[in-house]
Write a protein that binds this ligand. Structure first.
Ligand code: 3PG
Ligand code: MG
Length: 399
Protein backbone atom coordinates (compact mmCIF):
# COMPACT_ATOMS: atom_id res chain seq x y z
CA UNK A 1 0.00 0.00 0.00
CA UNK A 2 1.20 3.47 -0.86
CA UNK A 3 2.48 5.15 2.27
CA UNK A 4 2.34 8.89 2.41
CA UNK A 5 1.31 11.69 4.71
CA UNK A 6 -2.15 13.16 4.40
CA UNK A 7 -3.49 16.50 5.47
CA UNK A 8 -4.21 14.94 8.86
CA UNK A 9 -0.47 14.45 9.43
CA UNK A 10 0.64 17.91 8.30
CA UNK A 11 0.42 21.22 10.13
CA UNK A 12 -1.91 23.27 7.94
CA UNK A 13 -3.72 25.75 10.24
CA UNK A 14 -2.70 29.28 9.27
CA UNK A 15 -0.30 27.86 6.67
CA UNK A 16 -0.37 28.48 2.93
CA UNK A 17 -0.99 25.08 1.36
CA UNK A 18 -0.15 24.56 -2.30
CA UNK A 19 -2.54 21.95 -3.66
CA UNK A 20 -1.80 20.36 -7.04
CA UNK A 21 -5.23 19.62 -8.49
CA UNK A 22 -6.15 18.53 -12.01
CA UNK A 23 -8.49 21.09 -13.54
CA UNK A 24 -7.69 19.86 -17.04
CA UNK A 25 -11.44 19.70 -17.64
CA UNK A 26 -13.45 19.52 -20.85
CA UNK A 27 -14.07 23.09 -22.04
CA UNK A 28 -15.84 24.57 -25.05
CA UNK A 29 -15.66 28.24 -25.97
CA UNK A 30 -14.46 29.22 -22.52
CA UNK A 31 -17.15 27.22 -20.67
CA UNK A 32 -16.49 24.16 -18.54
CA UNK A 33 -18.64 21.38 -20.05
CA UNK A 34 -17.95 18.68 -17.44
CA UNK A 35 -17.10 19.67 -13.88
CA UNK A 36 -16.36 16.16 -12.56
CA UNK A 37 -12.71 16.90 -11.82
CA UNK A 38 -13.68 20.18 -10.10
CA UNK A 39 -16.20 18.43 -7.85
CA UNK A 40 -13.78 15.63 -7.07
CA UNK A 41 -11.25 18.21 -5.80
CA UNK A 42 -13.71 19.67 -3.29
CA UNK A 43 -13.12 17.33 -0.31
CA UNK A 44 -9.47 18.40 -0.01
CA UNK A 45 -10.30 22.09 -0.42
CA UNK A 46 -13.13 21.91 2.11
CA UNK A 47 -11.01 20.06 4.68
CA UNK A 48 -8.24 22.64 4.31
CA UNK A 49 -10.68 25.53 4.64
CA UNK A 50 -12.17 23.92 7.75
CA UNK A 51 -8.68 23.48 9.19
CA UNK A 52 -7.95 27.20 8.71
CA UNK A 53 -5.42 26.84 5.91
CA UNK A 54 -4.82 29.37 3.13
CA UNK A 55 -5.49 27.33 0.01
CA UNK A 56 -3.56 27.97 -3.18
CA UNK A 57 -4.61 25.72 -6.06
CA UNK A 58 -2.22 24.78 -8.87
CA UNK A 59 -3.19 23.08 -12.13
CA UNK A 60 -2.30 22.64 -15.76
CA UNK A 61 -4.75 22.94 -18.63
CA UNK A 62 -4.20 21.57 -22.11
CA UNK A 63 -0.75 21.54 -23.67
CA UNK A 64 0.32 25.16 -24.26
CA UNK A 65 4.00 24.07 -24.45
CA UNK A 66 5.59 26.65 -22.20
CA UNK A 67 3.89 29.81 -23.52
CA UNK A 68 0.89 31.81 -22.35
CA UNK A 69 -1.98 30.77 -24.67
CA UNK A 70 -5.12 32.79 -23.78
CA UNK A 71 -7.49 30.01 -24.89
CA UNK A 72 -5.83 27.74 -22.32
CA UNK A 73 -6.32 30.05 -19.36
CA UNK A 74 -7.69 28.51 -16.17
CA UNK A 75 -9.77 31.60 -15.44
CA UNK A 76 -13.02 29.98 -16.77
CA UNK A 77 -12.67 27.43 -13.97
CA UNK A 78 -13.04 30.09 -11.24
CA UNK A 79 -16.84 30.55 -11.52
CA UNK A 80 -17.82 26.84 -11.56
CA UNK A 81 -15.29 26.17 -8.80
CA UNK A 82 -16.59 28.87 -6.50
CA UNK A 83 -20.19 27.82 -7.24
CA UNK A 84 -19.40 24.19 -6.36
CA UNK A 85 -17.42 25.20 -3.29
CA UNK A 86 -19.91 27.81 -2.11
CA UNK A 87 -17.26 30.46 -1.53
CA UNK A 88 -15.29 33.01 -3.52
CA UNK A 89 -12.13 31.89 -5.27
CA UNK A 90 -9.45 34.47 -6.12
CA UNK A 91 -7.35 34.19 -9.27
CA UNK A 92 -3.85 35.27 -10.25
CA UNK A 93 -2.92 35.63 -13.92
CA UNK A 94 0.44 33.93 -13.41
CA UNK A 95 1.43 30.93 -11.30
CA UNK A 96 4.80 32.37 -10.22
CA UNK A 97 6.31 35.85 -9.83
CA UNK A 98 4.99 39.10 -8.35
CA UNK A 99 1.27 38.61 -9.13
CA UNK A 100 1.16 35.11 -7.63
CA UNK A 101 3.28 36.19 -4.65
CA UNK A 102 1.03 39.17 -3.94
CA UNK A 103 -2.10 37.01 -4.05
CA UNK A 104 -0.49 34.37 -1.82
CA UNK A 105 0.59 36.96 0.74
CA UNK A 106 -2.90 38.50 0.89
CA UNK A 107 -4.79 35.23 1.47
CA UNK A 108 -6.42 34.89 4.87
CA UNK A 109 -7.02 31.62 6.72
CA UNK A 110 -9.92 29.74 5.09
CA UNK A 111 -9.59 31.58 1.76
CA UNK A 112 -9.06 29.88 -1.58
CA UNK A 113 -7.24 31.04 -4.72
CA UNK A 114 -6.40 29.49 -8.08
CA UNK A 115 -3.27 30.29 -10.05
CA UNK A 116 -2.99 30.46 -13.83
CA UNK A 117 -2.04 27.44 -15.95
CA UNK A 118 1.31 25.98 -14.82
CA UNK A 119 2.17 24.91 -18.36
CA UNK A 120 2.41 28.53 -19.49
CA UNK A 121 5.95 28.12 -18.14
CA UNK A 122 8.34 25.64 -19.80
CA UNK A 123 9.79 24.90 -16.35
CA UNK A 124 6.65 22.94 -15.41
CA UNK A 125 7.07 20.07 -17.88
CA UNK A 126 10.86 20.26 -17.63
CA UNK A 127 10.63 19.87 -13.83
CA UNK A 128 13.10 22.77 -13.72
CA UNK A 129 14.51 23.35 -10.21
CA UNK A 130 14.27 27.16 -10.62
CA UNK A 131 10.56 26.86 -11.46
CA UNK A 132 10.05 24.46 -8.53
CA UNK A 133 11.72 27.04 -6.25
CA UNK A 134 9.52 29.84 -7.62
CA UNK A 135 6.42 27.76 -6.81
CA UNK A 136 7.74 26.66 -3.41
CA UNK A 137 8.21 30.31 -2.42
CA UNK A 138 4.43 30.75 -2.53
CA UNK A 139 3.55 28.38 0.30
CA UNK A 140 4.52 26.32 3.34
CA UNK A 141 3.06 22.89 2.64
CA UNK A 142 2.32 20.85 -0.52
CA UNK A 143 -0.53 18.45 -1.16
CA UNK A 144 -0.58 16.26 -4.27
CA UNK A 145 -4.21 15.72 -5.22
CA UNK A 146 -3.91 15.23 -8.99
CA UNK A 147 -3.77 11.44 -9.36
CA UNK A 148 -4.76 11.94 -12.99
CA UNK A 149 -1.53 13.86 -13.60
CA UNK A 150 0.66 11.69 -11.33
CA UNK A 151 2.22 9.96 -14.36
CA UNK A 152 3.90 13.25 -15.31
CA UNK A 153 7.25 13.98 -13.66
CA UNK A 154 6.51 17.70 -13.84
CA UNK A 155 7.54 20.46 -11.42
CA UNK A 156 4.19 20.82 -9.66
CA UNK A 157 3.64 17.06 -9.50
CA UNK A 158 7.09 15.75 -8.62
CA UNK A 159 9.65 18.48 -7.90
CA UNK A 160 7.45 20.48 -5.56
CA UNK A 161 6.64 17.39 -3.47
CA UNK A 162 10.37 17.19 -2.73
CA UNK A 163 10.74 20.90 -1.98
CA UNK A 164 8.13 21.37 0.78
CA UNK A 165 6.62 19.25 3.56
CA UNK A 166 4.33 17.11 1.39
CA UNK A 167 1.38 14.77 1.52
CA UNK A 168 -1.58 13.44 -0.43
CA UNK A 169 -4.95 15.16 -0.74
CA UNK A 170 -8.25 13.36 -0.26
CA UNK A 171 -8.78 12.51 -3.94
CA UNK A 172 -5.27 11.08 -4.26
CA UNK A 173 -5.86 9.00 -1.12
CA UNK A 174 -9.17 7.74 -2.45
CA UNK A 175 -7.86 6.87 -5.92
CA UNK A 176 -4.91 4.92 -4.52
CA UNK A 177 -7.06 3.12 -1.97
CA UNK A 178 -9.49 1.87 -4.63
CA UNK A 179 -6.83 0.95 -7.15
CA UNK A 180 -5.04 -0.97 -4.44
CA UNK A 181 -8.19 -2.93 -3.57
CA UNK A 182 -8.74 -3.70 -7.25
CA UNK A 183 -5.28 -4.93 -8.23
CA UNK A 184 -2.88 -4.67 -5.29
CA UNK A 185 -4.50 -7.18 -2.94
CA UNK A 186 -7.86 -7.98 -4.54
CA UNK A 187 -10.50 -10.50 -3.63
CA UNK A 188 -10.38 -13.28 -6.25
CA UNK A 189 -11.34 -14.18 -8.86
CA UNK A 190 -10.33 -10.87 -10.45
CA UNK A 191 -11.52 -9.96 -13.93
CA UNK A 192 -10.27 -7.21 -16.22
CA UNK A 193 -12.24 -5.90 -19.17
CA UNK A 194 -9.95 -4.17 -21.65
CA UNK A 195 -11.40 -2.64 -24.76
CA UNK A 196 -10.53 0.14 -27.13
CA UNK A 197 -9.14 0.39 -30.60
CA UNK A 198 -5.54 -0.75 -30.57
CA UNK A 199 -3.41 -3.26 -28.73
CA UNK A 200 -0.29 -1.32 -29.71
CA UNK A 201 -1.25 1.33 -27.13
CA UNK A 202 -2.11 -1.23 -24.45
CA UNK A 203 0.65 -3.81 -24.77
CA UNK A 204 2.29 -3.18 -21.43
CA UNK A 205 -1.08 -3.04 -19.78
CA UNK A 206 -2.11 -6.43 -21.17
CA UNK A 207 1.29 -7.87 -20.24
CA UNK A 208 0.89 -6.73 -16.64
CA UNK A 209 -2.74 -7.79 -16.38
CA UNK A 210 -2.20 -11.40 -17.48
CA UNK A 211 0.05 -11.78 -14.44
CA UNK A 212 -2.45 -10.24 -12.04
CA UNK A 213 -5.97 -11.22 -13.08
CA UNK A 214 -7.78 -14.54 -13.39
CA UNK A 215 -10.01 -13.51 -16.29
CA UNK A 216 -9.02 -11.10 -19.06
CA UNK A 217 -11.82 -9.98 -21.35
CA UNK A 218 -10.59 -8.38 -24.56
CA UNK A 219 -13.06 -6.29 -26.52
CA UNK A 220 -13.24 -3.43 -28.99
CA UNK A 221 -10.98 -3.15 -32.01
CA UNK A 222 -8.22 -4.87 -30.06
CA UNK A 223 -10.16 -8.12 -30.07
CA UNK A 224 -9.97 -8.19 -33.88
CA UNK A 225 -6.19 -8.15 -33.72
CA UNK A 226 -6.28 -11.18 -31.41
CA UNK A 227 -8.80 -13.02 -33.60
CA UNK A 228 -6.69 -12.34 -36.69
CA UNK A 229 -3.62 -13.61 -34.81
CA UNK A 230 -5.49 -16.89 -34.24
CA UNK A 231 -6.21 -17.19 -37.94
CA UNK A 232 -9.81 -15.97 -37.78
CA UNK A 233 -10.59 -13.68 -40.76
CA UNK A 234 -12.03 -10.34 -39.60
CA UNK A 235 -13.09 -8.88 -42.97
CA UNK A 236 -12.67 -5.13 -43.14
CA UNK A 237 -12.53 -4.69 -39.36
CA UNK A 238 -10.02 -2.44 -37.66
CA UNK A 239 -7.08 -4.79 -37.12
CA UNK A 240 -3.36 -4.43 -36.44
CA UNK A 241 -2.09 -7.31 -38.58
CA UNK A 242 1.52 -6.40 -37.76
CA UNK A 243 0.77 -7.10 -34.08
CA UNK A 244 -0.21 -10.74 -34.66
CA UNK A 245 2.99 -12.17 -33.20
CA UNK A 246 2.74 -9.89 -30.16
CA UNK A 247 -0.88 -10.89 -29.64
CA UNK A 248 0.09 -14.57 -29.74
CA UNK A 249 2.83 -13.92 -27.16
CA UNK A 250 0.31 -12.30 -24.84
CA UNK A 251 -1.99 -15.31 -25.21
CA UNK A 252 0.89 -17.72 -24.49
CA UNK A 253 1.89 -15.73 -21.45
CA UNK A 254 -1.70 -15.70 -20.21
CA UNK A 255 -1.86 -19.47 -20.52
CA UNK A 256 1.40 -19.89 -18.61
CA UNK A 257 0.08 -17.59 -15.86
CA UNK A 258 -3.28 -19.35 -15.62
CA UNK A 259 -5.15 -16.30 -16.85
CA UNK A 260 -8.27 -17.10 -18.84
CA UNK A 261 -8.49 -14.82 -21.90
CA UNK A 262 -11.95 -14.30 -23.35
CA UNK A 263 -12.41 -13.04 -26.90
CA UNK A 264 -15.81 -12.44 -28.55
CA UNK A 265 -17.55 -15.54 -29.88
CA UNK A 266 -20.06 -13.57 -31.95
CA UNK A 267 -20.01 -10.10 -33.44
CA UNK A 268 -22.22 -7.34 -34.78
CA UNK A 269 -20.99 -6.54 -38.30
CA UNK A 270 -21.84 -3.83 -40.77
CA UNK A 271 -20.77 -2.62 -44.23
CA UNK A 272 -20.92 0.97 -43.04
CA UNK A 273 -19.22 2.78 -40.14
CA UNK A 274 -22.18 4.90 -39.00
CA UNK A 275 -24.78 5.12 -36.27
CA UNK A 276 -27.88 3.14 -37.16
CA UNK A 277 -26.17 1.35 -40.08
CA UNK A 278 -27.66 -1.93 -41.32
CA UNK A 279 -26.04 -4.76 -39.40
CA UNK A 280 -26.15 -8.46 -38.70
CA UNK A 281 -25.04 -10.79 -35.95
CA UNK A 282 -22.61 -13.53 -36.94
CA UNK A 283 -20.29 -16.01 -35.21
CA UNK A 284 -16.74 -14.53 -35.22
CA UNK A 285 -15.73 -17.44 -37.42
CA UNK A 286 -18.14 -16.25 -40.13
CA UNK A 287 -17.47 -12.52 -40.53
CA UNK A 288 -18.31 -11.67 -44.19
CA UNK A 289 -15.27 -10.35 -46.06
CA UNK A 290 -16.87 -7.01 -46.94
CA UNK A 291 -18.03 -6.18 -43.39
CA UNK A 292 -16.44 -4.82 -40.25
CA UNK A 293 -16.98 -5.82 -36.64
CA UNK A 294 -18.46 -2.87 -34.74
CA UNK A 295 -19.53 -4.58 -31.53
CA UNK A 296 -19.38 -7.86 -29.66
CA UNK A 297 -22.52 -9.95 -30.19
CA UNK A 298 -25.30 -10.81 -27.74
CA UNK A 299 -24.01 -14.33 -27.02
CA UNK A 300 -20.65 -12.85 -26.03
CA UNK A 301 -22.31 -10.23 -23.85
CA UNK A 302 -24.44 -12.85 -22.08
CA UNK A 303 -21.41 -15.08 -21.54
CA UNK A 304 -19.44 -12.16 -20.07
CA UNK A 305 -22.24 -11.25 -17.69
CA UNK A 306 -22.35 -14.89 -16.53
CA UNK A 307 -18.58 -15.03 -16.05
CA UNK A 308 -18.55 -11.76 -14.10
CA UNK A 309 -21.16 -13.11 -11.73
CA UNK A 310 -18.52 -15.61 -10.55
CA UNK A 311 -15.91 -12.86 -9.94
CA UNK A 312 -15.30 -10.76 -6.84
CA UNK A 313 -13.29 -7.93 -8.40
CA UNK A 314 -13.43 -6.15 -11.76
CA UNK A 315 -11.16 -3.59 -13.38
CA UNK A 316 -12.64 -2.00 -16.50
CA UNK A 317 -10.85 0.00 -19.17
CA UNK A 318 -12.25 0.71 -22.60
CA UNK A 319 -15.50 -0.07 -24.45
CA UNK A 320 -16.40 -3.42 -26.06
CA UNK A 321 -17.66 -1.83 -29.28
CA UNK A 322 -18.32 1.50 -31.00
CA UNK A 323 -20.45 2.72 -28.09
CA UNK A 324 -20.77 6.25 -29.54
CA UNK A 325 -22.75 4.82 -32.48
CA UNK A 326 -25.93 2.96 -31.45
CA UNK A 327 -26.81 0.15 -31.96
CA UNK A 328 -23.12 -0.74 -31.69
CA UNK A 329 -23.22 0.19 -28.00
CA UNK A 330 -25.27 -2.88 -27.05
CA UNK A 331 -22.51 -5.17 -25.69
CA UNK A 332 -20.82 -2.38 -23.72
CA UNK A 333 -24.21 -1.38 -22.30
CA UNK A 334 -25.34 -4.83 -21.27
CA UNK A 335 -22.03 -5.98 -19.77
CA UNK A 336 -21.58 -2.66 -17.94
CA UNK A 337 -25.13 -2.90 -16.61
CA UNK A 338 -24.50 -6.47 -15.47
CA UNK A 339 -21.33 -5.35 -13.65
CA UNK A 340 -23.25 -2.46 -12.08
CA UNK A 341 -26.01 -4.79 -10.87
CA UNK A 342 -23.48 -7.25 -9.39
CA UNK A 343 -21.79 -4.35 -7.64
CA UNK A 344 -25.08 -3.07 -6.28
CA UNK A 345 -25.95 -6.51 -4.95
CA UNK A 346 -22.64 -6.54 -3.08
CA UNK A 347 -20.96 -9.46 -4.85
CA UNK A 348 -18.52 -7.46 -7.01
CA UNK A 349 -16.03 -4.66 -6.39
CA UNK A 350 -15.80 -2.72 -9.65
CA UNK A 351 -13.23 -0.08 -10.53
CA UNK A 352 -13.11 1.73 -13.87
CA UNK A 353 -11.00 4.42 -15.45
CA UNK A 354 -8.99 5.64 -18.39
CA UNK A 355 -9.85 7.48 -21.59
CA UNK A 356 -13.26 6.65 -23.08
CA UNK A 357 -14.24 4.37 -20.23
CA UNK A 358 -16.09 6.84 -18.07
CA UNK A 359 -18.11 8.13 -21.05
CA UNK A 360 -18.95 4.54 -22.08
CA UNK A 361 -20.14 3.60 -18.58
CA UNK A 362 -22.14 6.82 -18.24
CA UNK A 363 -23.71 6.14 -21.65
CA UNK A 364 -24.70 2.69 -20.34
CA UNK A 365 -26.20 4.27 -17.23
CA UNK A 366 -23.87 2.04 -15.20
CA UNK A 367 -21.41 4.57 -13.79
CA UNK A 368 -23.34 5.41 -10.61
CA UNK A 369 -23.33 1.80 -9.44
CA UNK A 370 -19.66 1.01 -10.03
CA UNK A 371 -17.68 0.90 -6.78
CA UNK A 372 -15.23 3.50 -8.01
CA UNK A 373 -14.63 5.55 -11.13
CA UNK A 374 -11.19 7.05 -11.40
CA UNK A 375 -10.75 10.64 -12.56
CA UNK A 376 -7.64 9.54 -14.44
CA UNK A 377 -7.04 8.76 -18.09
CA UNK A 378 -3.39 8.16 -18.90
CA UNK A 379 -2.40 7.81 -15.25
CA UNK A 380 -4.94 5.01 -14.78
CA UNK A 381 -3.45 3.17 -17.75
CA UNK A 382 0.10 3.58 -16.48
CA UNK A 383 -1.03 2.33 -13.10
CA UNK A 384 -2.59 -0.73 -14.77
CA UNK A 385 0.72 -1.24 -16.55
CA UNK A 386 2.28 -1.66 -13.11
CA UNK A 387 4.40 1.47 -13.44
CA UNK A 388 5.51 3.65 -10.57
CA UNK A 389 3.86 7.04 -10.99
CA UNK A 390 6.34 9.88 -10.28
CA UNK A 391 3.72 11.95 -8.46
CA UNK A 392 2.91 9.05 -6.12
CA UNK A 393 6.56 8.09 -5.63
CA UNK A 394 7.47 11.64 -4.59
CA UNK A 395 4.72 11.62 -1.95
CA UNK A 396 5.89 8.26 -0.63
CA UNK A 397 9.46 9.51 -0.44
CA UNK A 398 8.25 12.56 1.50
CA UNK A 399 6.56 10.41 4.16
C1 3PG B 1 -5.26 14.14 -18.35
O1 3PG B 1 -6.28 14.81 -18.63
O2 3PG B 1 -5.03 13.02 -18.81
C2 3PG B 1 -4.31 14.75 -17.38
O3 3PG B 1 -4.75 16.00 -16.96
C3 3PG B 1 -2.91 14.80 -17.94
O4 3PG B 1 -2.86 15.64 -19.05
P1 3PG B 1 -1.68 15.46 -20.11
O5 3PG B 1 -1.95 14.15 -20.81
O6 3PG B 1 -1.75 16.65 -21.03
O7 3PG B 1 -0.38 15.39 -19.35
MG1 MG C 1 -3.82 12.58 -21.10
Amino acid sequence: MARFKTLDDLEVAGKTVLVRVDFNVPMQEGQVTDDTRIRRALPTIRDLVAAGAKVLLLSHFGRPKGKAVPEMSLEPVVAPLSAALGQDVAFAGDCIGPEAEKLASELAAGEVALLENLRFHAGEEANDPAFVAALARLGDVYLGDAFSAAHRAHASVEGLARALPAGAGRLMQEELLHLQSALGSPKRPVAAVVGGAKISSKLELLGNLVEKVDLLVIGGGMANTFLNAQGVPVGKSLCETEMAETARQILDRAEAEGCDVVLPSDAVVSREFAAGAAHEIVPVTAVPQDTMILDAGPATAADLARRLSACKTLVWNGPLGCFEMPPFDAATNSVAQAAAALTKSGSLLSVAGGGDTVAALAHAGADKDFSYISTAGGAFLEWLEGKTLPGVQALEDAA
